[in-house]
Design a protein around this ligand. Structure first.
Ligand SMILES: [Zn+2]
Length: 187
């Protein structure tokens, strides 16, 4: 699993996320078993350790392709494939200052929408929310120049309205909210 390849800091963010969820607002009617997301709202976990930047993006299928059922028509299948390509293109989705010299080392995208077996759940589990999960590893030659990050996430996926960011840097832990109007994350 991708989680095992992440920096330790990212695992710590996962733990923090769990705490945030635990003390956050009560889950809505859909949040019975599976972690429910809110349409329009994705999450981004970010860890910067030295030259390494790890990012994990969780985006509702509704935000990325406009649906969360198994792709049925050719148009839906094409939409899912295109979205996966767009999510995989981490260097386009996340733009660091040029002076920092960051390169995308690896990226991977997972989603039940990419899985044929998702068909099996159709009908029996109509309230299920499906997400895209993307993992990125960047390496930066001059991490001292890492002042901010711009994301094209909202332009790429216009249905997305917010991105909750949980971040660990040398300066500590913090949480932010990005929106189409404030798509720059300052470190
Ligand atoms: Zn959903």
């Amino acid at each position: 699993m991708s989680v095992h390849r992440c920096l330790p800091a990212l695992s710590r963010i996962a733990a923090i996320s769990f705490v945030v969820l635990a003390i956050g607002p009560a889950p809505d009617a859909f949040g019975s078993e599976r972690k429910a997301h809110r349409h329009g709202a994705g999450t981004l976990n970010l860890a910067i350790e030295g030259r390494n930047v790890e990012a994990e993006l969780e985006a509702p299928g509704a935000d990325v392709v406009g649906f969360e059922h198994a792709a049925a028509s050719d148009a839906e299948k094409q939409a899912v494939a295109k979205a996966a390509d767009q999510l995989r293109a981490g260097a386009t989705l996340f733009v660091f200052p040029e002076a920092a010299g960051c390169r995308l080392i690896e990226s991977e995208v997972e989603s039940p929408l990419l899985d044929e077996k998702h068909h099996d759940h159709k009908g029996s589990d109509t309230d299920a929310h499906a997400e895209f999960h993307a993992h990125y590893h960047f390496r930066c030659d001059r991490p001292g120049q890492l002042t901010h990050l711009d994301t094209t996430y909202f332009e790429t996926f216009p249905a997305a309205q917010a991105l909750t960011v949980r971040m660990i840097t040398a300066g500590g832990q913090s949480a932010r909210q990005l929106t189409p109007k404030t798509a720059r994350l300052k470190f």
